[in-house]
Design a protein. Sequence first.
Length: 679
Amino acid sequence: MSRHFSTSLARCRGQNLTEKIVQKYAVGLAPDKLVYSGDYVSIRPAHVMSHDNSWPVALKFKGLGAKKVKDNRQIVNTLDHDVQNKTEKNLAKYHNIEQFAKEQGIDFYPAGRGIGHQIMIEEGYAFPSNLTVASDSHSNTYGGIGSLGTPIVRTDAASIWATGQTWWQIPPVAKVELKGSLPKGVTGKDVIVSLCGLFNNDEVLNHAIEFVGDEIHKLPIDYRLTIANMTTEWGALSGLFPIDETLINFYTNRLLRLGPNHPRINHETVEKLRQNKLAADPDAYYAKTLTIDLSTLSPYISGPNSVKVSNSLSDLSAKNMKVDKAYLVSCTNSRLSDIKAAADIVRGHKIAPGVKFYIAAASSEVQADAEAAGAWQTLLDAGCIPLPAGCGPCIGLGTGLLEEGEVGISATNRNFKGRMGSKDALAFLASPEVVAASAVVGKIAAPEEVDGKPCPPTREVKKTIVVNEKPPSTDDTAKSSGSVLPGFPEEITGELVLCDADNINTDGIYPGKYTYQDDVPREKMAEVCMENYDSEFGKKTKAGDIIISGFNFGTGSSREQAATCILARDIKLVVAGSFGNIFSRNSINNALLTLEIPDLINMLRDRYRDSEPELTRRTGWFLKWNVPKSLVTVTDSSGAVVLEQKVGELGTNLQEIIIQGGLEGWVRSELQKEAQQQQ
């Protein structure tokens, strides 16, 4: 339940940009209450987008007893993932989504209009300094235009549809300083691919990111959108760029396209943006600062089959690696500037024999603009294969997937093994320019090689990382007490049971063979809890224990049973160095409390460093969480205090969710209150 509980939270300091935007969209705050990293808040986002998963969200919405959405101006439905699928089943789902949107008065964009994230930006739903969420992991994209975009799960989306709000814990915020300016031939895609490869030890896992830099105004908005989009692959929950004159100019030009009467992007909203450029306070706190000198970058390629593996273009070019398929598709790099850049590379050339180059615009608007500019026809003349505006092969759907033994190079965002086709294929990620050059040359190649020139050498990258000191506590902070609702415990206590491993995944917590059995009784869930991690777990634990584990606990699939099976064992709290984000959300949504305390797991590991390894170990240490004081105290078997630490506030809004048995129970309670008020 907590993702920053290792930090003492001072209440007298300034706010960073992330905190300021959350402050605007938080509801139910006490007067003069300022929010900071670690705090749990109820949020009413400006907008929530869902795509092909809108029908599952609608079914969950109906299952909660809801009949009418709270605010149909808040919700956006788009169809973008499986748009090539013309089967009766998929068309029926698409019809159901469209009919639901029509009945509820929800803004709806049909298959072919474009990728949801692009639509959210083109149509001004995601807008500078607002909070916009989506039931899709690449909602981080909105950070490119200064909108705090972050992903939610389907239960959250149904909650927003029904009540207008859900919850969020403000994550630790990392500052990423982009020094200098990009050399010629280096793109926004090269920036984020290099960041993913150079800082590949979870430095920003479950962080919010804010990009800064003295020359950041030189980065085009399309580059910012690409970088923000792939902060998802870097492990972050959001990636915010500043609201600056470059962004204002972007919207000024957008007015020329949309005209004066657009409901969200118009002279009034753009002028208001110009006059109120939200920015971090000078004394804002950041958990860490990562710095990279853009002037030292070269074109980079991610892969094969991992965004954490980053290779210089010159190294891969020298290997003469044959390419079978190339892709210019997805929400990452299929905007107009990307299509023009690829067209400039292929102009006057043909796609190499044996290579298939697939192209799809990010939206129908982008395609129309590319056609008007002649870039689309240039790509077709070179032999590219057009696909409809949508996700398609990026998500492994439709035409053009990688087959066994093939090598693909793509301007998309993910190259996980098997994502774009066969698990026995190799997938690389690169900029549109490098993808186009590789398609023409027939191997992974630099744009210079299209004209017979050598690939430029690689520069030596300059980078640093600084983990910042915790913000100082103040007397006021130490004495402050929150309130506790009736029915919620003021203290949560239990013996710590150590599960000493990192990356314990959801299959280890709840075996996959039970995941799609809907009739597994609570007793059976308790019995199989953690059995794939340790078959002795059930014998070593008892009701009221507190699990303490390593880093990235709950990584893997989105199965909610990973949380509910722990609750079935009457374990109400899990402490870890860090959690997988989906597990964190599923935990709160199902009333399982979690705390992130890296110092505690490190202390226990030091304690047992020279002992015989045990997967599950009773420690004899007891944890007490004083909820109103936001204070955790850990004592050893003699009663001596070994750790005392402030944690983020567990506000009454989150307490209500836990008391109601989770988010769905809370939604039902809210709907019931509304019904009673209307009687």
